[in-house]
Design a protein around this ligand. Structure first.
Ligand SMILES: Cc1cc2nc3c(=O)[nH]c(=O)nc-3n(C[C@H](O)[C@H](O)[C@H](O)COP(=O)(O)OP(=O)(O)OC[C@H]3O[C@@H](n4cnc5c(N)ncnc54)[C@H](O)[C@@H]3O)c2cc1C
Length: 460
């Protein structure tokens, strides 16, 4: 008799909307309301369609090897929109030159000896130091470490500065000195635990028969040809109601208090808001500790160009080593990755500014950010005048998985079980990637559904 039961989900990003969808699939009769603080759905997902360009302001795609999101997309009937990324090369801008990422690098970690031996990214001394990974004893002893400590001890500082740091700090908008090995890259902790050497461990994992190995003609990401906004719009058809401009101020068991003081009752409440909201919404110390966890501010700048105004570049994009002293941290040639991103004879370039150590650029005006980003881009590849640009800021809104993140999340989740009928999901908890958000949403929906079914059994 779940038709009388009400569920409130807080936050209409991918996490909240995916949870609504999973819950409806499990308990179709439950009444689901999503409360969203802003005036739009999608959270960090936002797609702009302009003059034939499809511009992603937040995420642009998701990893094929993590299946949760692909499964969800197929379940909601969007599989005809799925598109693989192009298989173009990725570069690193280091020592004033674009250099190809050596073949076999995984998250910037070299795993093949020949490409590593021949790359111009690392000096001969740096290569010898990296090879010492074959001999060095275990670095990870079951106690969390920063990514910098782990990789520098295993592979040396040069591989970290020239390969691993530009890539990882770009992907996670974080500082390697703070980021948790266990929470961010648990696979490397597991490889080291089993094989000791990363190079040997990664080699033994490589198998031509690996099911998730992408075809050579495509990259390792998927996206939707309608833009990722299409995903959240389809998911938004599952809840019974979505109330925009409705910030939640606090949560107690069975009760949600809105910013305007109104109180709503619910049988189950699911928190899927952004990181800084956890403490204020749930007034207990473990939630506050998450609120005070590090967050960073970044911005993306998308530039639309005529093809003739863009110098030659054959890759998908590049990341920039910190030592280069540029403001931009990475640059994607979006239509090389996703053919649908720009109309014929045009190019869409997206660049990223703001780091965990210095995000002051994000506070500048649009005109200033555009000028700084364009000047940096032009030091690397010849560019004319853009047709237009789109700037998107994430202010204090990018969660950082710092050392011992998993332990803090465990403490938070243990404390949350003491608040009857309140559950949490979202990028702050078990992975920031879209597939991670979908997997966490599925788990949370299952927990909430089990709770509601048990409650029904007691009520009747
Ligand atoms: C620039 C950028 C590029 C990225 N690229 C990729 C990528 O290519 N691939 C990938 O997998 N991931 C990528 N990510 C990460 C991914 O986009 C996010 O981790 C994910 O979208 C987070 O979803 P979420 O629903 O957990 O949180 P959010 O999207 O932050 O949604 C939370 C929602 O809760 C609402 N909210 C907050 N407080 C309240 C309140 N008190 N009451 C009501 N509502 C509230 C917010 O307004 C928001 O809409 C990227 C992120 C960014 C910013």
């Amino acid at each position: 008799m779940t038709e009388h039961q009400k569920v409130i989900i807080i936050g209409a990003g991918i996490s909240g909307l995916a949870t609504a969808c999973y819950m409806k699939q499990k308990l179709p009769k439950v009444q689901i309301t999503v409360l969203e603080a802003s005036d739009r759905i999608g959270g960090k997902i936002k797609t702009i369609h302009r003059d034939g360009f499809i511009i992603e302001c937040g995420p642009e795609g998701f990893l094929t090897r993590k299946p949760a999101l692909t499964q969800l997309i197929k379940a909601i009937g969007l599989n005809n929109q799925l598109v693989h990324s192009g298989a173009g090369a990725n570069y690193i801008y280091v020592n004033k030159q674009l250099r190809k990422m050596p073949k076999g690098s995984v998250m910037g970690v070299p795993t093949k000896l020949l490409p590593m031996a021949t790359t111009s990214l690392i000096s001969p001394f740096g290569k010898i130091r990296a090879l010492m990974d074959l001999l060095i004893p275990h670095v990870y002893h079951g106690q969390d470490l920063s990514l910098r400590t782990f990789f520098e001890k295993r592979l040396g500082t040069e591989v970290v500065s020239n390969m691993i740091e530009p890539l990882l700090s770009g992907i996670y908008s974080g500082s390697l000195s703070d980021m948790s090995l266990e929470a961010t890259l648990p696979q490397f902790a597991a490889i080291e635990k089993k094989h000791r050497s990363l190079i040997l461990g990664m080699k033994s994992l490589r198998s031509p028969k690996m099911a998730d190995t992408p075809k050579k003609s495509t990259g390792q990401f998927l996206s939707l040809s309608c833009g990722l906004q299409g995903l959240v719009e389809r998911l938004a058809s599952y809840p019974d109601d979505i109330k925009l401009n409705t910030p939640v101020a606090s949560i107690q068991s069975g009760q949600v208090t809105l910013g305007n003081g109104e109180v709503l009752n619910a049988d189950a409440i699911i928190l899927a808001a952004s990181p800084k909201q956890y403490g204020p919404l749930l007034d207990f110390p473990e939630a506050w500790s998450l609120t005070h966890d590090k967050r960073t501010s970044t911005a993306t700048v998308a530039f639309a160009f005529k093809k003739e105004d863009v110098g030659a570049f054959d890759g998908n994009g590049y990341v920039v080593a910190r030592e280069e002293g540029l403001h931009i941290t990475a640059c994607s040639f979006m239509n090389h990755k996703w053919a649908f991103a720009a109309p014929e004879n045009h190019v869409l370039i997206r660049t990223y500014v703001g780091t965990a150590d210095d995000s002051s650029i994000v506070e500048k005006s649009d005109a200033e950010i555009e000028q700084i980003a364009l000047a940096d881009l032009r030091t690397i590849i010849k560019l004319g005048t853009p047709l237009f640009s789109v700037i998107t800021r994430q202010v204090d809104n990018m969660p950082q998985y710092t050392v011992n993140h998993n332990q803090r999340i465990q403490a938070f989740e243990d404390a949350l079980t003491k608040i009857d009928g309140v559950f949490a999901c979202g990028a702050l908890l078990h992975g920031v990637g879209l597939p991670d958000c979908a997997a966490t949403a599925l788990h949370t929906a299952e927990q909430a559904a089990t709770y509601l079914q048990a409650k029904t059994a007691i009520d009747f």
